[in-house]
Design a protein around this ligand. Structure first.
Ligand SMILES: *Cc1c(COP(=O)(O)O)cnc(C)c1O
Length: 379
């Protein structure tokens, strides 16, 4: 099955009860048993739910994996991955990372005795220097947030396999439409399905996808034992969203390109971060591992003035100032005061998240309206 067919049919079959084409929202906590243990595969909805199972099958199909797991949020999915580890284990993570992931790693799991190395992974060879006998996991996010750096997944995977360490990739920004990390040798793909997979800014959800059965069993055990599952209504919404992922992504990419090019030509703009420019430091890798360059664009204005950046986001009319990304509507954010506020200023500036940085999630509206809006707000 090709990707554009998988988004609609991957892992799906009509509901066995009445042939419903869309899986019904099985809004139930429990299932009748004819005799103790005599059930139809479902006992209790923390463990299994038919609507969630349909979604989990769709996740697996989209990422060319064999097992999908749905969680109540992206962070709940990451939390489940971290619970594979034990005190004394070490993680090598990209230093250009979603703020909430950094917070989870440093404020929760460091306290449980896990050691993190936050390093630049622009050059994946860097990773190997930090590997020792305690290293259990490499955490990659690509493209990164909000710098839109690209990490070479195949190169990271070579290192992880050589040292028998797990490689997890947060694929939220790219979506499986643009890149499928399992195909490049990753062991775990993670999504905040809140973003492009859901695609309509109407739910919060996380996903994990793997190929290895033992790993799937461990993660399923954690999902059930810790209980951070998503509800059936949200599972239904995510399934509905996924059916248009490929058409939405195509337009996100077209509009992202138009916006990036407009900003690059604007006299008040200092730098535009977008992996589609051939001047982007990892453009070659982006071209190798991604089908297109996505709808996320970040930029910095000349003078790097905090107050001007705030004024700019306040003046936008079509772009909505909001956290999050990946929905059909265009959003803008000011990482220094929003998504990255939980990262200390010195740390965020080290990776380039300066005061005037603006991050755009370019939606699927008419590109001309988006550009006109940016034009007037820059004015
Ligand atoms: C939003 C996001 C997360 C966290 O997901 P939630 O659904 O908000 O818990 C993790 N990684 C990236 C790249 C994100 O954008």
């Amino acid at each position: 099955m090709k990707f554009n067919t998988k988004t609609i049919h991957g892992g799906q079959k009509p509901d066995p009860a009445y042939g419903a084409v869309m899986p019904p929202i099985y809004q139930t906590s429990t299932y009748a048993q004819s005799t103790p243990g005599g059930h139809k595969g479902f006992e209790y909805s923390r463990s299994h739910n038919p609507t969630r199972q349909a979604l989990e099958n769709a996740f697996a199909s989209l990422e060319n994996g064999d097992f999908g797991l749905a969680f109540g949020s992206g962070l709940a999915a990451i939390d489940a991955v971290m619970k594979l580890l034990k005190p004394g284990d070490e993680v090598i993570s990209t230093n250009d990372l979603y703020g909430g992931t950094y917070r989870l790693f440093t404020k929760i799991f460091e306290g449980f005795g896990i050691k993190f190395h936050f390093i630049g992974m622009d050059n994946a060879a860097n990773i190997e220097k930090y590997i020792n006998a305690n290293t259990k996991l490499i955490w990659v996010e690509t493209p990164t947030n909000p710098m839109l750096n690209i990490i070479d997944i195949a190169a990271a995977s070579k290192i992880s396999k050589k040292h028998n360490v797990l490689l997890a990739v947060d694929n939220t920004f790219a979506t499986p439409y643009l890149q499928q990390p399992l195909d490049f040798g990753a062991d775990i793909v993670m999504h905040s399905a809140t973003k492009y997979l859901g695609g309509h800014s109407d739910l919060v959800m996380g996903a994990l996808i793997v190929k290895d059965q033992d790993l799937a069993k461990k993660l399923y055990f954690i999902q059930n034992a810790s209980g951070a599952i998503c509800g059936p209504q949200d599972a239904f919404l995510a399934l509905r969203g996924i059916k248009t992922l490929h058409v939405r992504m195509q337009r996100h990419c077209e509009n992202g390109k138009a916006v990036a090019e407009f900003l690059k030509s604007h006299p008040k703009v200092e730098t535009v971060y977008w992996p589609g420019f051939d001047t982007h430091p990892n453009h070659t890798i982006a071209k190798q591992q991604m089908r297109d360059f996505g709808g996320m664009v970040s930029f910095v204005t000349k003078g790097n003035n905090y107050d001007q950046a705030i004024k700019f986001v306040e003046n936008l009319k079509v772009f909505t100032l909001a956290e999050s990304l990946g929905g059909v509507e265009s959003l803008c954010g000011h990482p220094a005061s929003m998504t990255h506020a939980s990262i200390p200023k010195v740390e965020r500036e080290k990776i380039g998240v300066v005061d005037s940085m603006i991050r755009l999630s370019v939606g699927i509206e008419d590109a001309e309206d988006l550009i006109n809006d940016l034009q007037q707000a820059l004015g």
